[in-house]
Design a protein around this ligand. Structure first.
Ligand code: ZN
Length: 265
């Protein structure tokens, strides 16, 4: 890996975007979330680098800036913050590579009549290679500390406003690594307001599904509720312990409400 910056021990001022929200144990880290910066570039000497809320950033040439230790919780992925490591890839990628209707465009850009074909900047081959190396590195690093990365996530799965994050091209790395290392298949899961991985991002590896039971169980028990609430206990919950407790406490109430309503009718 070509590490150009190591800012992991740099103190960030309170109240800034890059600040450490809290420390977590290695056992709490169950996944890695992939992101795109939605910017054309993010140079290694960019002044805003320490304030980027992620654990690492991959520059256009594949060089890597390490921003935080995995045990630092930073706000990179909404519902995925508590349980996952966040990796940003510097690019402006379409949700589905080649389909410019899936490129995120800001209100200002829309108002200015900016054309998506002039804004799009997909991840480079060097970035994809570096991403795979970095993901594998984190998996080994966490394992060496007694933890286990169970699955790879897209920011899309953590918030409704991030449907094109990281996009199909970057996601192809997650598809490959999941199959190669036999990680859990969490593509049909979502947290908070997030969405599942769309069919256009999925690669047919010719090896079938890795963890079919997850998908089967969640499809059967979902009934319109977020899949994360209906997941079997063995499935990783990338959320804080408190959030999990809250969810657990909420469930019976919802069930009895539903029952009461059903009885009234
Ligand atoms: Zn993101």
């Amino acid at each position: 890996m070509n590490i150009v910056n190591d800012l992991r021990d740099v103190k960030r001022p309170k109240g800034t975007r890059g600040e450490v929200k809290r420390k977590r144990s290695v056992a709490e880290i169950v996944g890695i979330t992939l992101h795109q910066t939605a910017t054309p570039d993010f140079a290694a000497n960019h002044k805003g680098l320490p304030q980027l809320p992620a654990h690492a950033l991959i520059h256009r040439d594949g060089a890597i800036s390490l921003l935080h230790h995995p045990t630092n919780v930073v706000f990179h992925g909404n519902a995925l913050n508590g349980g996952t490591i966040g990796i940003e890839v510097a690019c402006r990628a379409a949700g589905t590579e080649g389909d410019l209707r899936t490129l995120w465009i800001s209100k200002d850009e829309k108002a200015a009549g900016k054309k998506p074909e002039l804004l799009v900047r997909e991840a480079t081959d060097a970035q994809l290679a570096a991403l795979e190396e970095l993901v594998r590195h984190y998996i080994s690093e966490i394992a060496a500390q007694g933890g286990r990365i169970r699955g790879l996530w897209a920011h899309r799965q953590g918030h409704v406003s991030r449907t094109s994050d990281p996009g199909s091209r970057i996601w192809s790395v997650a598809e490959r690594v999941r199959v190669a290392l036999g990680l859990e298949d969490v593509r049909d899961l979502k947290l908070g307001s997030g969405k599942t991985i769309p069919p256009t991002w999925r690669i047919d590896t010719g090896q079938g599904e890795i963890a079919g039971p997850n998908a089967t169980v969640s499809a059967k028990t979902q009934r319109g509720k977020p899949v994360a609430q209906a997941k079997p206990a063995a499935t990783p919950k990338p959320a804080t312990k408190n959030a999990v407790k809250k969810r657990a406490a909420k469930k019976p109430a919802q069930a009895s409400d539903a029952k009461r309503k059903a009885t009234r009718r």
